[in-house]
Design a protein around this ligand. Sequence first.
Ligand code: NAI
Ligand code: HPV
Length: 559
Amino acid sequence: MAPSAFPETSFDHTETPNRPKILIPEKVSPDGLALLSPYFEIHQPKNLSAEDLLAQIPTYQALIIRSETKVTASVLAAATKLKVVARAGVGVDNVDVDAATKNGIIVVNSPSGNIVAAAEHTIALLMAVARNVPAGDRSLRNGGWERSKLIGTEVGGKTLGIIGLGKVGLKVARMGVGLGMKVVALDPYASPEIAAAANVSLVGKLEDLLPKADFLTIHTPLIASTLDLISTKELATMKKTAKILNVARGGVYNEQALLDALEAGTIAGAGLDVFTSEPPTPGSAAEALCRHPKVVATPHLGASTVEAQENVSLDVCAQVLSILNGGLPTSAVNAPLILPEEYRKLQPFVRLIEKMGSLYTQHYSSKAVTSRSVGGKRFELIYEGELASISNTRPLFAALVKGLTSAISDSGGRDVNIVNASLIAKEKGLIINETHTRESANLVYASLVTLRTTGRPGEQGQVISGYVSGRGIYISRLDRFNTSFVPEGTLLVLHNYDEPGKIGGVGGILGRHGINIKFMSVAENEALMILGVQGAVGKEVELELREEKGILDVSVVRL
Ligand SMILES: NC(=O)C1=CN([C@@H]2O[C@H](COP(=O)(O)OP(=O)(O)OC[C@H]3O[C@@H](n4cnc5c(N)ncnc54)[C@H](O)[C@@H]3O)[C@@H](O)[C@H]2O)C=CC1
Ligand SMILES: O=C(O)C(=O)COP(=O)(O)O
């Protein structure tokens, strides 16, 4: 993935004495870790037990795992600092995703980093079971030369049945076609056009697939509807000569049913990479399958190639880097996926809207005329111009909730993210309506965002507008003042009587306190000054400014 698809890091952790911590209890390729090691403290314990994970997780901001670590609801409840669980691979059946969502923890994965590896491993098992490769190898090592006992079958011209024509399934289908096989697939969600283009015949029911298959391979996730999808009844409808493959997840075939069928000779063989317990529990059907003479078994090696491990590591580490720096993931499992091109477009607006929310809370909560809280308020977030055509505004909504609540957050120290934003808004009684206005008269900017409140009875409504230019973000309106400033660093927003001498007075006070003015924006024809300053603006400075003649109101905003 091109590095440009990820946001700039907003916070440099290199100089931080207590750098955020990342726990990686499984083997993850160093390629991705190199992205993280300059900024974060990385711990890679070996053989971390479930108890140790539970005990250690509270200090970590990110957890990077593969298929071995069980991320249970208890682990997630104890993970008070955790922002992200990153699965360096596809399947997240070892993560309690619902519990993560409830706790506002983003779960990300690498949806396509290892699919070539998984598809190729399926073909390796297909050929291995078809031609008795492991049995021949074992026999030779034991001094044998058994040729007639190990006669195989050709795959060319045979029917390959595929259940689950997703990313891996489709690759296997194409490889099967390449081997001269007829491919028949079942997947209620597959595109008939894509299937037809790959020379795959789609069927609607298992009954239309199982009796035809000489080889059957499964590529579905393990979810409630696929658990024991193929059990005794289904196996009984298959050819006695059929061979079965599983590089998806243990449990999609019922292991005891498969063992019984192999023993009874109603299924001819199997190539298995995945099991219900890994490694198989002693005495289990999975263990018996691994030792069975008609089975070729591998210890979950589907994704274990150098290339796949580099891909998945880079994929998830880039997402961890982005999330820990307040950015967005590219493939969150428990939030809508943001396509890379959409992501590039949205990212500056995410920054802008978060700053607008934070500016709102800090500016208005310091004004005596308004309520000190944003809770219970009704906001309108208006997208005008090009931005109005974006349909997935979840990240923008989340950015506003984050901005509005960051200065007042009591959500257990956790940051708001795209997963928990609606929940936190609801908890705070924030009602946010999003409006898309495609055709705006007199729009100067390609896109304009406006945050508006209607105000409580007796209060005036408030308005903040902003725009993006290049990758830069700007505030163009604050209340009725048209202005233009970058919402970053410490800002002083001063309302004053429109009379001469004010700038000098304010400059004098700041100068006496050793505070530098980085920029000053004086609203046109209006009595508003916005100053970007450098140096600590304490309470005494704020008080002195308030007491300065002609100054009506002061707010100190830290963005
Ligand atoms: N052994 C290994 O090391 C690896 C295993 N995998 C596993 O392979 C599986 C597939 O991965 P992908 O292709 O990337 O997922 P995917 O999400 O692209 O495809 C899954 C497909 O299964 C289909 N499906 C779901 N329920 C179904 C049902 N009841 N009947 C028929 N089709 C159904 C879906 O419509 C989807 O098209 C996952 O379980 C993943 O964890 C993936 C990579 C490596
Ligand atoms: O990506 C997947 O779903 C896999 O099954 C790969 O698992 P692994 O990362 O090799 O433990």
